[in-house]
Design a protein around this ligand. Structure first.
Ligand code: FES
Ligand code: FES
Length: 161
């Protein structure tokens, strides 16, 4: 057993868990943050993507201990109260989801993509960058539209801060 101390969605937490515990299980089973999904367990589908220190990672293949001391953000941590994150709004407005299973991971990956590329995003880049996120419902077109839309919205939001 180890004690893992980390900050999750702005809250300091300390969790006693087995050394083999994966970050996704720490989030879902110990902290009840079930918005992070498990689709494959083998680092292929992207349903489990969260941010560690601002970068997207697949939490199904990250040991909880690897996040010791880190800042972790999950899908539950990106809205500001009732105000959805611009990426969430863009997914809603562009019909970027159907069943919603892939959506938390898609959104966390997409925020990281926009943060890295800023205004230099185009459709081909979004499609390439989202290769690690699988959606079985949407055919991806509206997801790509949503990410490009969100890139503009995030720019406006950042300019207003
Ligand atoms: S559950 Fe992590 S990539 Fe599929
Ligand atoms: S919306 Fe159903 S898997 Fe993507």
């Amino acid at each position: 057993m180890s004690t893992v101390k980390l900050t999750v969605n702005g809250r300091a937490v300390s969790v006693d868990c087995e050394d083999r515990t994966l970050l996704v299980h720490l989030l879902r089973d110990h902290l009840n943050l079930t918005g992070t999904h498990v689709g494959c367990d083998t680092s292929q589908c992207g349903a489990c993507v969260v941010h560690i220190d601002g970068r997207a990672v697949k939490s199904c293949t990250t040991l909880a201990g690897q996040a010791d001391g880190a800042n972790v953000t999950t899908i539950e941590g990106i809205a500001k109260g009732d105000q959805l994150h611009p990426m969430q709004e863009a997914f809603r407005d562009n019909h970027g989801l159907q069943c919603g299973f892939c959506t938390p991971g898609m959104i966390m990956s997409a925020i990281d993509i926009v943060n890295r590329y800023g205004g230099n995003l185009d459709e081909a880049t979004v499609r390439h960058e989202l290769e690690g996120n699988i959606c079985r419902c949407t055919g991806y077109h509206n997801i790509v539209k949503a990410v490009l839309d969100a890139a503009s919205r995030m720019k406006v939001a950042q300019a207003a801060e």
